[in-house]
Design a protein around this ligand. Structure first.
Ligand code: AMP
Ligand code: FE
Ligand code: FE
Ligand code: ZN
Length: 277
């Protein structure tokens, strides 16, 4: 059986392995296809593709784009977009800039109560998609928490006193931008118990805007969430996907623990800009 893991992160965003090392791990896990889906950037794709050519793993170019609706954050996977599309580039650059500003603001808030962490690293005008996992790593390195998960339960929670929002487009806008760049948009982990779900009306707008599918098979989806995903997919004529959401050592998720069907990969390759070489 052909194995396609449609969701993985490298150190280019908040994973812990280089794109090349990620591909080696994918080969060892017996994957045939892997989508590299770093948060708000495709900067790791070229390295991953080169590594893939040597190891027999085919890399599907992806991005996990941030979006926000009324304080609810939703992640949208974009497969095989035209990476040179100016509108897509502009939106992603704006999100990353907002991430840099926001990481610095949160670092300053956290420094009041957690002074011994290396907060200076976030004081840059760089273009990295800094996220809360990086702030978590700084807290862990300074000995305040024993892992990312512990840092998230209080210090980095939106309900905690240090949290700062970042800018991102609304979910329907994100779908439109991805489709205009000839990418294939999939709503990531829509029913994760760890996050607030989007209102149904917003998902309907996303469908209207050209949503391709929803991620059904994901570690944060229990059987009830998967059932809801099936019902939504049937009602709105959407495809369902699966992926590990691998973050290296940053999360327990293992490559290949959830997979996407070959027929769905086939459609992604047909609809994506850079599907066929
Ligand atoms: P941000 O986009 O900066 O708000 O951070 C959200 C990211 O943090 C998600 O995409 C996950 O990759 C990661 N994350 C969320 N909760 C946890 C957790 N409990 N442990 C480790 N990583 C987490
Ligand atoms: Fe992440
Ligand atoms: Fe996500
Ligand atoms: Zn992810």
């Amino acid at each position: 059986m052909m194995k396609f893991d449609a969701h993985a992160h490298s150190i280019v965003s908040d994973g812990t392995q280089s794109p090349a090392a990620l591909i080696e791990t994918a080969a060892a896990a017996g994957l045939d296809f892997i989508a590299l889906t770093d948060h708000d950037t495709d900067a790791g794709i070229a390295e991953a593709r080169r590594a893939g050519e040597n190891s027999g793993v085919e890399v599907i170019a992806g991005i996990e784009m941030s979006s926000t609706y009324g304080g609810i954050s939703a992640h949208i996977l974009a497969y095989l977009p035209d990476s040179k599309n100016p509108e897509l580039e502009q939106v992603l650059t704006r999100i990353r800039h907002s991430r840099v500003t926001r990481a610095w603001q949160m670092a300053q808030n956290l420094a009041v109560d957690y002074p011994n962490a290396n907060w200076e690293q976030f004081d840059s005008s760089g273009d990295r998609p800094w996220g809360r996992p990086h702030l978590a790593d700084a807290l862990v390195a300074a000995g305040y928490f024993s892992n990312r998960d512990e840092a998230f339960t209080w210090a980095l929670s939106p309900k905690g006193p240090y949290y700062v929002h970042q800018w991102s487009p609304t979910p329907p806008e994100a779908v439109e931008v991805i489709r205009r760049a000839h990418g294939v948009p999939v709503l990531a982990h829509p029913f994760s118990a760890r996050r607030r779900a989007l209102p149904e009306a917003v998902v309907a707008e996303m469908v209207e805007a050209g949503l391709f599918g929803i991620e059904r098979d994901h570690r944060e989806h229990d059987s009830r969430a998967r059932f809801r995903a099936d019902r939504l997919a049937q009602g709105a004529n959407l495809e369902t996907t699966g992926g590990s959401d691998y973050h290296g050592a940053g999360k327990p998720n293992r490559l290949g623990e959830n997979l996407t069907a070959p027929e769905v990969l086939e459609k992604i390759l047909e609809q994506g800009y850079s599907g066929r070489k």
